[in-house]
Design a protein around this ligand. Sequence first.
Ligand code: FES
Length: 368
Amino acid sequence: MLAKITQSKTLHWLGRQLSNSEDPRAFFDPLTAAMNPMWVQQYTPARVERITAETADTKTFELRPANRWGGFKAGQHLNIRIDIQGVRRTRTFSLSSSPALWESRGLITLTIKRLPGGLVTNWLHDDLKVGDVIGLTEAFGDFLIPVEKKPVLFIAGGSGITPILSQLETMALGNYPEPVTLLYYVRTPNDVIGKEKLAALAARHPDFSLDVITTHESSTPRYLNDHDLDSIPNLAAREIYLCGPKGLMDLATEKLRQRDIKAEQLHSTFFAPPAPAQISSSDIGGEVTFSASNLSVDSIGDANLLEMAEAAGLTPQHGCRMGICHQCTCTKTSGTVVNRLTGQVSGPGSESVQLCISIPQGPVALDI
Ligand code: FES
C-alpha cells in the first residue's frame, strides 16, 4: 500500500475511525452471529441446504438466503463473503439456478469449480458443509437474456456454463419462441457441468440445440473453428453470449467480427481480470480528496482509489476488487485517473469511476 494520510487531516481520519466503530451492525453482528448466524445485518446470510458433485472438480451449492435478499435475473452474479482463518474473503460467482427457483422455493444455486491453488474455491469444496451459513451481496451484472425475442447463440467454455444454465432454464420456462443454440467447449466428456439439465432441456425443447465439443481428447487440441460458427443457422441475426476462458472468448470474438457480427449483438462476461495495462510509474500518483468525508490522501506508486479510501479509514462499497462487479463505482468530481486494466486516461471533469481500477494522475476529488 503506497498511500499515506496527510498530517493535516489526521484528526478527520481518527474521527472517521471512531464513527465506523459505532456502526451498530458492525458492533452487534459478531454477537448475534454467535447466537444465530442468520441474524446478521451487514450482508445477507444464506444457509447451505445441499451440495452436489457435478464433475471431479465442480460442485453445486444450494443455498437458502434470508428472505430480505433481493432476488436476481438469469445471467447475474453475486459476491460471497466467508471468513477463512479469521480473514474475510470476498469472491464473485454466477448463479446457476433460474430466478423461478428463488421465487417459488426461496433457493438459489452456485456452481463452483475448484481452482488449482485457489484459497476460496478449495475452502468451499473441502470445508463448507450442509447447515453452514455464508454471506451474500445482492446480485449484479448485465449478462442478461434479450428483452426483445431474437434467435440466440451461447458459446461457453468449462465453468463459463454456469450463468448460461440459469439463462437456458429461464428461457425454457418462459417458452422462448426463437431458436437457441449452445456451443459448449469442455476438455473431456467428464468435464461437462450440468449434463443432466442440458440433456433434459434439449430433449424437451426442439428449438434448443446443444453441441458439446471436447477440446482435449486427442494429442492435438480442438478449439472453436470456422465450421462451428458457419454451421449455425441464421448466425447473423442472433444475439450471442460468450462466457468462458479468455482464450475462447478472444477467439470467438475475433471470428464473429470476421463474420460482421456487430458489437451490440455480442454479450460477454468473465471472472478473471484482464492483464493490467503497462502504466509508467512517472505518470501516476497525486492527492485524492474525499469531499463528503473531508479527507485527503497523498499517493505514490500505483495505489488505486479503493485502497486509498480504505487507508483513510473509509469503507466504500465494493465487491470483486477486479473491475468486474461495478459495485465500487462512484463519482469523480474533478481530476484525472488512469484505468488500471486498459491504460485509458479519463477526462478531467465529473464522471463515474470504478475505485478499484482507477489510479490518480495528479489531484483528484471524489464525492465520497
Ligand atoms: S469492486 Fe468490483 S468493480 Fe470495483
